[in-house]
Write a protein that binds this ligand. Structure first.
Ligand SMILES: Nc1ncnc2c1ncn2[C@@H]1O[C@H](COP(=O)(O)OP(=O)(O)OP(=O)(O)O)[C@@H](O)[C@H]1O
Length: 375
């Protein structure tokens, strides 16, 4: 339904992103991500026809979008920008009603149907309670809902949103992303959205376009394109790693100010809080023995922590076990968690016993991280 063909976008003689070839269907969400200044908003504004293409074209249902009249376009596309708006003394209802302009008469009079659509639009973003409230008395999250309701009142086929979660707290960010998902599937809306929060983007996008260095670095299913390598490269990360399996960033273990080695015996993700605490506080963690498909392995690897690991599913070898014991010999403490039971962990339990027999500081972590504060 929407397609860009060899599109280049920019200002004056300055091309910001070139050769953009994207396509999307009804009911899909396309997320555009990339570093600050990459050209995400410039691309959105070009698709929204606020800017003319420098080259190529944008097609909506086979027609060049820049050749549609403003009134034709207003029935097809609605836009919610980031800029904070100051509409004066208007209620939620008044603002949403602006969305009906493409359908009202010259005087902007609302029919009964228009009014019903305004109320329905408010309902679909859970903002019915804001209809009679003044816009300037609303919170950022409430204003965002009203702006989306205004866009929905336009009854568009495509909804374009520039950074809709910028001013929202975690709960409202999640609520908004779920709402977009709902709108795309229930109303069959195509949604194009720029997001800085790639953890959320990954979870709502059907397609993802990554922009960097004036071009599209990758375009496709987020599950395919969001590899650790690609995301690290997108943001030029050298002090963090994107963990592709879990879909979030882990900070690397760089500042080892404590000069203390801590051996961690964990597994199945139970070590995550311990590893984060030790990295944050400048210890030198070594973790093991882990299998290479263990959640703690992925977490530790993304943090750049030393890991003693065995291939996934292979039994732990004598060699790895001895290596772990040597690390324990040089450690200032051993921390162990309530890791899952299993064959591997019989050996890992032995490591804990080994440390205890050597009268080393061995600390059990279950839920209170302060047990680590005296290492
Ligand atoms: N009106 C304008 N005239 C000229 N250059 C502009 C204009 N608006 C933005 N730019 C430039 O275009 C480039 C891309 O800006 P754009 O706002 O599209 O990036 P972005 O990816 O949306 O960034 P951010 O994540 O910081 O919002 C930047 O170098 C910016 O300075």
């Amino acid at each position: 339904m929407l397609k860009t063909e060899n599109l280049s976008v920019g200002y004056g003689n300055n091309i910001i992103v070139k050769n953009i070839n994207l396509d999307m269907k009804e009911g899909e969400i396309l997320c555009i991500i990339g570093p600050n200044g990459a050209g995400k908003s410039t691309l959105l504004k070009t698709i929204a026809t606020y800017l003319k293409p420098k080259n190529g074209a944008v097609y909506l249902d086979g027609k060049k979008i820049h050749e549609l009249t403003p009134s034709q376009l207003a029935k097809e596309m609605a836009i919610v920008l980031t800029e904070r708006v100051n509409p004066g003394n208007m209620t939620g209802f008044d603002i949403i009603a602006i969305g009906r302009h493409p359908y009202t008469d010259l005087f902007g009079r609302l029919s009964k149907e228009d009014k019903d659509i305004v109320v329905d639009s408010a309902k679909s973003v859970n903002a019915e309670y804001l209809l009679h409230k003044n816009f300037f008395e609303m919170s950022d999250g409430e204003r965002q809902k009203i702006m989306i309701a205004r866009a929905l009142a336009q009854e568009p086929e495509i909804l374009i949103l520039d950074e809709p979660t910028s001013y929202l707290d975690a709960k409202h960010k999640i609520e908004l992303t779920l709402l977009l998902r709902e709108l795309s599937s229930q109303n069959n809306l195509a949604i194009i959205v720029t997001l800085h929060d790639i953890e959320l983007a990954l979870r709502i996008a059907d397609k993802m376009a990554l922009i960097k260095n004036h071009e599209i670095l990758a375009f496709g299913y987020p599950e395919n394109v969001m590899s650790r390598e690609v995301v690290n490269n997108l943001y030029d990360l050298d002090n963090a790693n994107y963990g592709e399996y879990i879909g979030y960033f882990e900070l690397k273990n760089k500042i080892k100010i404590k000069n203390k080695k801590v051996f961690i015996v964990c597994g199945g993700g139970t070590g995550a809080p311990v590893l984060r605490y030790l990295v944050k506080n400048g210890y030198e963690p070594v973790v093991g023995v882990l299998h290479k498909n263990d959640a703690d392995y992925f977490i530790a690897e993304n943090m750049g922590i030393d890991i003693i690991a065995e291939e996934a599913y292979d039994p732990i070898s004598y060699e790895k076990f001895e290596k772990a014991k040597k690390e324990i010999d040089h450690a200032d403490a051993v921390v162990y968690t309530k890791f899952p039971s299993g064959k591997t962990n019989i050996l890992n339990n032995e490591l804990v016993e080994y440390a205890k027999n050597k009268y080393m500081k061995s600390i059990f972590y279950e839920s209170d991280i302060s047990v680590l504060k005296d290492i």
